[in-house]
Design a protein around this ligand. Structure first.
Ligand code: G4P
Ligand code: NA
Ligand code: NA
Length: 190
């Protein structure tokens, strides 16, 4: 997606060989017009599929997932990282290990919002090692839902997440796929 790649080049900050900061439009401040285009692009890429639920994880997955939900007219469910006061025991949950933070967190989704009738598209802002997506796949499986694929705003193609998912036969669509962050420069695949 050209406009997204341009935005990454213009505003992204390469913090190290493995970390890209995109706080000006995705992870802290949000650019609503770009986010709207992102929603439309996901809808186009998966237009051959009927999607009944968009599934993501708080917090940075919510903006792109909501824009997609708006375009296709499907509800958006986000997994919670903290136990909420009103979220009782009626949940699917999964453990997600973060290599970046070296910690394991439990994510959960109410059983009210995913069922075997659902055709789910998983959305997230970043794909690194794929642990978050793995947790969301686990939750969808517990619900008996059908996962039609995974849509990612920024894939770090030099890490293993995308490759692992594709090897399992899961359809992964990334709007920008980064080949390398070496020498402080962002280089994309194709
Ligand atoms: P993984 O799910 O692919 O295994 O990723 P990892 O555990 O490494 O990522 C932990 C958090 O860091 C996630 O956000 C993920 O989106 C984010 N992340 C990973 N690599 C990058 C990067 O290069 N740049 C930026 N900006 N973020 C990255 P989170 O902690 O769940 O936070 P939130 O933003 O969704 O609240
Ligand atoms: Na994030
Ligand atoms: Na995320």
């Amino acid at each position: 997606m050209k406009s997204l790649k341009e935005k990454i080049v213009q505003e992204g900050k390469v913090l190290s060989d493995t970390v890209l900061k995109v706080d000006t439009f995705l992870n802290h401040q949000i650019d609503p017009l770009l986010m709207k285009e992102i929603g439309e692009e996901f809808a186009n890429r998966f237009s051959d599929q009927v999607i009944t639920k968009v599934l993501t994880i708080e917090s940075s997955g919510i903006a792109p997932a909501t824009m997609l939900g708006l375009v296709i007219g499907a509800p958006v469910v986000f997994a919670r990282k903290k136990k909420s006061l009103t979220l009782a025991n009626n949940v699917y949950s999964s453990k997600v290990f973060s290599f970046t933070k070296n910690e394991t967190n439990e994510i959960s989704v109410s059983r009210d919002f995913l069922s075997p009738d659902d055709n789910v598209l998983i959305i997230d802002d970043f794909l690194a090692n794929g642990e978050a997506v793995k947790g969301l796949l686990d939750i969808a499986e517990q619900a008996g839902a059908n996962v039609i694929g995974v849509g990612i705003v920024i894939e770090k193609g030099f890490q293993q997440g995308g490759q692992n998912l594709r090897k399992q036969g899961i359809r992964v669509e990334s709007l920008a796929n980064i080949k390398t962050l070496a020498n402080g420069q962002v280089e994309f695949f194709d």
